[in-house]
Design a protein around this ligand. Structure first.
Ligand SMILES: *[C@@H]1O[C@H](CO)[C@@H](O)[C@H](O)[C@H]1NC(C)=O
Ligand SMILES: *[C@@H]1O[C@H](CO)[C@@H](O)[C@H](O)[C@H]1NC(C)=O
Ligand SMILES: *[C@@H]1O[C@H](CO)[C@@H](O)[C@H](O)[C@H]1NC(C)=O
Length: 184
């Protein structure tokens, strides 16, 4: 027992020495852009109009429940959306946003988003990881930037989101803007 105790103590001491060495590491991240804006264009696949050639998101199977679910709680939409420089869907392409949102409220429309913006065009190339809640009723929603790669390596900050445009005629289409404020 004493040997095991001694051994674990030794391991602990080595581990803390290692983490101390780590803490001394003073590597600085290069600074990426402090602000970055993109527009995301989503067209939902709708079986009623069967828009197989013009969708970029699909809803998953609704939960199998026997009571009303007016806000489609528990339903997921997976997307691979074009991202553009400006709000028009014909504006220059920046890359794509891939991820999903989950409808996560029983009492209102809330879209919990997790996605990666893969920026492949323009002055800054890399990925930006964004997550957070969007309440449909809020005109402005604040999501978080939790990381990035490439030009956005180590990025953290806020992604300010607004709905730019929505067309409910099936298949439903909308454009969201994301204004990022980034820290490195
Ligand atoms: C939904 O749940 C009911 C009751 O458990 C079951 O009989 C039915 O097969 C389920 N439907 C699907 C599509 O899984
Ligand atoms: C692009 O926008 C135009 C004009 O608002 C609209 O008519 C068209 O359906 C949109 N295309 C897509 C793929 O959303
Ligand atoms: C971003 O897109 C580029 C070009 O398609 C691809 O090579 C790269 O692997 C993508 N990155 C991620 C994280 O998906």
């Amino acid at each position: 027992m004493a040997t095991i105790g001694f051994l674990s103590l030794t391991v602990l001491l080595i581990l803390s020495a290692l983490s101390l060495t780590d803490a001394k590491c003073n590597r600085k991240l290069p600074c990426g852009p402090s602000s970055f804006t993109f527009y995301l264009h989503n067209t939902v696949y709708n079986p009623a109009v069967d828009n197989q050639d013009s969708f970029n998101s699909i809803y998953g199977v609704p939960p199998n429940i026997s009571f009303p679910n007016p806000f489609t709680f528990g339903v997921m939409n997976t997307f691979e959306d074009p991202l553009t420089v400006g709000p028009s869907n014909s504006s220059s392409l920046l890359g794509k946003g891939q991820g999903f949102y989950l409808l996560n409220s029983f009492t209102e429309y809330t879209l919990f988003h997790i996605f990666t913006a893969n920026i492949t065009e323009g002055d800054f190339k890399g990925t930006i990881d964004i997550f957070g809640q969007m309440r449909e009723v809020d005109p402005v929603r604040y999501l978080t930037v939790v990381g990035g790669t490439g030009a956005f390596l180590g990025a953290r900050g806020v992604a300010i989101n607004t709905l730019v445009d929505i067309d409910h005629t099936p298949p439903a289409k909308w454009t969201l803007s994301f204004e990022l404020q980034l820290y490195y």
